[in-house]
Every structure is written in C-alpha cells, then in structure tokens.
Design a binder for this molecule. Structure first.
Ligand SMILES: [Zn+2]
Length: 343
C-alpha cells in the first residue's frame, strides 16, 4: 500500500432490503434461484460503489453474498449435516442451534472464488477478503465425529488454506481470518489456535490478517461486554504469541471499547487495523473522534503500519448509519494524514 493510513472495514456491510431483511443477522434471502445470484452481484456492486464513494482505500465485498460469516462457508463443505442440529453455547456466551459434524470434513468445491473474481473485475483498488477462522468455525458447530476441537480445527485450517490460495490466485490482496473466538479461549489459542492460523496461511504470498473483536453490536454481545469490567485485557493473553506468528496484519477493536489502547504495543512490528468506528451504536462518529483514536494508536503503532478500520462488521446497522460511519472513517484518517505529512 502506498497510501498513508489506508482505510478499510472489518467485514460485513448492510445488505439492501430487497435482498435480505435489514439490520438482522442470519437474515434469510428474499429472492430465490438464478435471480438470487444476480441479486447478490448487484448488491456487491452497490456496496463497492458505496465504499468507493466514501473514499475507502482497501475495499471488500461487504459479505453481500453470504448469510453469515461462519455458516455460509461451512454450508459449502462436506462432512457437516445442516439438518442435524444441536443447541450449543457459542463463545461460552449465547445458545444457538448449530449443524453437526458427522464425518470427515472437506471442501468439494471453492466457496467464494467466483465472488472474489467478480469483485476483482469491478475495481482496481486493493481488495480484502474475509474468511472465518478455524477456531471460530469449530465453536459454531456440534462435533459428533472428531470429538476434539483441536483435530477439527486442524482439518478446517487445511481447508481454509485451499480456499485462501484460490482467492489469492484470482487477485485478492489481503486475506483475513475472523477469529472472535480468540478473545475467549486463550489457552486453546496458545495451544493450537495460532498453529491452525499458521496452517491456514501456509504458502500465501498475499498479505494475511486476523480479525479479533468483541463481536457484532447484538444483545448477547453487549450483555457480555457489561461483565468484562472497566478494562478489557483479553488481547494481553494472545498478542504475545500473535506477535511471534507470521500473520502480517492484526485487526482489532478499539474505539469506544474498554480495551486499554497500550495493549497494541504487544504486537509491535505488525500492521494494525485499528477499530476507530464503533459498530455497537447508531451514533455516527465525528471525524475528530476518529482522529483522536488514531492519534492515540500512533503512540503504539508506526504510522506506516496503521490501517484505520471499523471495530467489527456493520451488517446489523442501517445502510444510512453505515454510510455515515464510512465517511467519518475516511475523514478522520484524512485529518491524521495531514498532521503526519505536515510535520
Ligand atoms: Zn468482528
């Protein structure tokens, strides 16, 4: 990236209301069959145009072609039965009905490669593609086959690597793995989580990122956050290992959270996608608020490694609020760029 402080989003962006129920997770599609694939493409064009318009530097598909950041990927794999459902506790936090792993998992076909090819054909800007991380996938399933979170995660890591290599081949510049589960299962992260992440990025020449957050602004997450106290020090448990890993970029939550910002120091040397936009409320940040977060982060990240970003995905927000937040992100980054270049 030649741009100083290149902006991007953590992942999902709101879908148009003709495609899916707005402001809802796991929202069912409103269109079916061939019309659905055309509609998803149109939504992708719109989300891209909105990012272009807002002046976002590293653009994405806004996850317009997926119902959910984990489930849609898993739906395309063999070995998981979506009709056999069990209630499990996701991230030790909220109960959900999830599919069951019934046999060896494999990837019979590519999942997002056609979508990524389409996105590549629509823009010359750098593109980032998000995939779920292996630990977060394991945590969103009931496993009746491997009966070992570590073994299942390792199999997923191999599958993710196949998909990532195929995404790289069609021109994706940054591949990101979403691992909110890293913020909960510290021991597992250090025992096998990072090893699985390394397996997933094996052989990639494009840039790689891991996104670790406190989740979407949904009720289960906001309730959980209330129990975390005044200082959210979860990153402290995992950053030292991540700093030693070969991942290029760490995407983290910052603005309006209780994460002590100095914890960023623990990943010194990595590029950092700093969350300067809160996704858990509808207030649109002012450019100066965004700039203040970035200015603070600059104490712990070198300017050439600071990537202004959102705290998490914005799919549960209205399109209008999301657009406002994208504009604020760009404008806030612009303030700091000017400060840095006028020194
Ligand atoms: Zn997130």
């Amino acid at each position: 990236m030649n741009t100083l402080l290149p902006t991007s989003t953590a992942g999902s962006l709101p879908k148009p209301s003709w495609l899916a129920e707005p402001e809802t997770l796991w929202s069912p599609w409103k269109i079916e069959g061939n019309e659905l694939s055309d509609a998803k493409k149109d939504a992708l064009r719109i989300t891209l145009q909105e990012q272009h318009h807002a002046g976002i530097d590293i653009v994405s598909d806004g996850e317009q072609t997926r119902q959910h950041f984990v489930t849609t990927f898993i739906e395309n794999l063999d070995g998981v039965d979506f009709d056999k459902r069990r209630i499990v506790k996701i991230r030790d936090r909220y109960e959900a009905s999830v599919p069951t792993v019934v046999g060896p998992v494999s990837r019979p076909r590519s999942v997002f490669v056609e979508d990524a090819k389409f996105l590549r054909s629509q823009t010359d800007q750098p593109i980032k593609w998000a995939l779920p991380g292996a630990m977060t996938m394991v945590d969103t399933l009931y496993d009746a086959h491997y009966q070992s979170r570590e073994k299942l995660a390792w199999e997923f890591a191999k599958i993710l690597n196949e998909e990532a290599l195929a995404l790289e081949a069609v021109g994706v510049d940054i591949i990101q793995f979403d691992e909110p589960a890293f913020n909960v299962f510290f021991e597992e992260v250090n025992d096998w989580g990072i090893a699985c992440l390394e397996r997933a990025i094996e052989g990639l020449k494009c840039e790689t990122a891991v996104h670790i957050c406190y989740g979407y602004g949904i009720k289960a997450n906001t309730e959980w956050k209330k129990t975390l106290g005044n200082q959210w020090r979860q990153y402290e448990e995992i950053f030292p290992m991540l700093q030693k890993s070969s991942i290029d970029i760490v995407s983290l939550e910052c603005h309006c959270s209780h994460v002590p910002i100095e914890l960023i120091e623990l990943i010194r040397g990595k590029k950092v996608m700093v969350g300067a936009i809160d996704v858990a409320n509808n207030d649109i940040e002012t450019p100066e608020e965004v700039a203040a977060t970035l200015r603070e982060a600059l104490k712990y990240v070198d300017a050439d490694k600071l990537y202004p970003c959102t705290n998490c995905g914005m799919t549960p927000l209205s399109r209008e609020v999301a657009r406002g937040k994208l504009n604020a992100l760009r404008a806030g980054a612009e303030i700091i760029r000017k400060e840095l270049t006028s020194l």
